[in-house]
Design a protein around this ligand. Structure first.
Ligand code: NAD
Ligand code: IPM
Ligand code: MN
Length: 359
């Protein structure tokens, strides 16, 4: 979005937009990897960073997980970059539920977009597999399923305890995520979408997924819809990941298979994601968590966070910058200028620097 040129000859139309970005470093290694992603954003410019301290430290010090106007603050930004949340001092994960899951729900970020792309053959844990075998996208439903917190406990802490956790599947929720997967396929010229569920055992909730998938398939004759039960899909992700291009599934299954996806890319430290509501403020985060044993040691891989920042720029209409980041990451990985989890010998900061230098 240019702003026009002025009569004095300044090339103002070359100045890009300034995006207001909420940055939530969070807990543990989330802080360290976010710092590296932020350096890259700052190198490009065009960002107005708005730091939010929401974390386990903040919760333990103040009793507040997220302020009452917290979601409005997030909505007032163009995008959100978040590190990770989780701390052994908050065993019930209350702050993460409000900050991370709360934002997904309150901002209605119904698409969890998790690309799985191997950047260097040597990082694939599967014998004989190459980059051509690991290149797919998972669309995880992000606002319902088993995550909604419907349920409760009766006689908690006694031998008679009853624990109920309901899975919510709505026509609207299932429809919009499957439609998004088909639309993505069509826009990118991808010929197939695989929906995965457990409709053989979950005959009510997942029958809805079956129905909606069939309905939408009829609107997308150019894209072949296929189906696998989640257990079979888990096996095939390991045995023959090359058959997948787009996978669409519910909240919990998407969570689990994207950790497998992380492993296929060389480790969780490589995996990026976006929590999207197309056209609205969306949130970007690495797939990994706060990894408490690694925290504060300058060992965490910053690539998942850096690639999440690239997804953010792409979503904000800055595809050129996103591609430059992706190319720089790929070059650093291939040169083994990375952290040790992916075969290098660098610390978090030096690995971030190796990418920054290549931009
Ligand atoms: P985790 O992703 O934090 O770590 C699992 C393991 O993966 C680590 O021990 C490490 O070996 C490896 N790993 C992860 N990220 C890495 C990186 N950047 N570089 C190198 N290695 C990396 O998962 P966990 O141990 O199950 O969870 C720890 C905490 O994080 C928990 O509180 C959990 O709830 C939380 N969590 C948060 C998020 C999030 O905020 N999005 C995601 C997952 C887990
Ligand atoms: C993820 C994480 C979260 C999830 C946790 C921290 C609640 O594992 O983003 O993958 O399950 O969605
Ligand atoms: Mn997860």
């Amino acid at each position: 979005m240019g702003i026009g040129s002025d009569p004095a000859g300044w090339e103002l139309d070359k100045i890009g937009p300034v995006h207001r970005i909420a940055v939530i470093p969070g807990d543990g290694i989330g802080r360290e990897v976010t710092a590296e992603a932020v350096k890259i954003l700052e190198a490009f410019g065009g960002v107005d960073l708005h730091y939010l301290p929401w974390s386990a430290d903040h919760y333990l010090a103040t009793g507040e997980t997220i302020p009452t106007d917290g979601y409005d603050t997030l909505r007032s930004c163009d995008a959100i970059l978040i590190g990770a949340l989780g701390d052994p001092r908050v065993p019930d994960n209350r702050h993460a539920r409000d900050i991370l899951l709360g934002t997904r729900f309150e901002l209605d970020l119904y698409v969890n977009y998790r690309p799985v792309r191997l950047l260097d053959d040597r990082l694939c844990p599967l014998k004989g597999r190459t980059r051509a075998d690991v290149n797919f996208v998972v669309f995880r439903e992000n606002t319902e399923g088993l995550y909604v917190g419907v349920g409760g406990r009766f006689k908690a802490g006694t031998p008679d305890e009853v624990a109920v956790q309901e899975e919510i599947n709505t026509y609207k929720g299932v429809h919009r995520i499957i439609r998004h997967a088909f639309e993505f396929a069509r826009a990118r010229g991808i010929r197939s979408v695989c929906m995965t569920d457990k409709s053989n055992a979950m005959a009510d909730g997942h029958a809805l997924w079956q129905r909606v998938f069939r309905e939408l398939q009829s609107e997308y004759p150019d894209v072949q819809g296929t189906h696998l039960y989640i257990d079979a899909l888990a096996m095939l992700l390991v045995q023959n990941p090359g058959q997948f291009q787009i996978i669409v599934t519910n909240n919990l299954f998407g969570d689990i298979i994207t950790d497998i996806g992380g492993a296929l890319q060389g480790g969780l430290g490589m995996a990026a994601s976006g929590n999207l509501h197309p056209g609205r403020t969306s949130m970007f985060e690495p797939v990994h968590g706060s990894a408490p044993p690694l925290a504060g040691k300058d060992v965490a891989n910053p690539i998942g966070s850096i690639l999440s920042a690239a997804l953010m720029l792409e979503t904000l209409g800055r595809a050129d910058e996103a591609q430059r980041i992706e190319r720089a990451v790929e070059a650093a990985v291939q040169a083994r200028e990375t952290t040790t989890d992916v075969g290098g010998a660098l610390g978090t900061r030096a690995a971030g620097e190796a990418i920054l230098r290549r931009l």
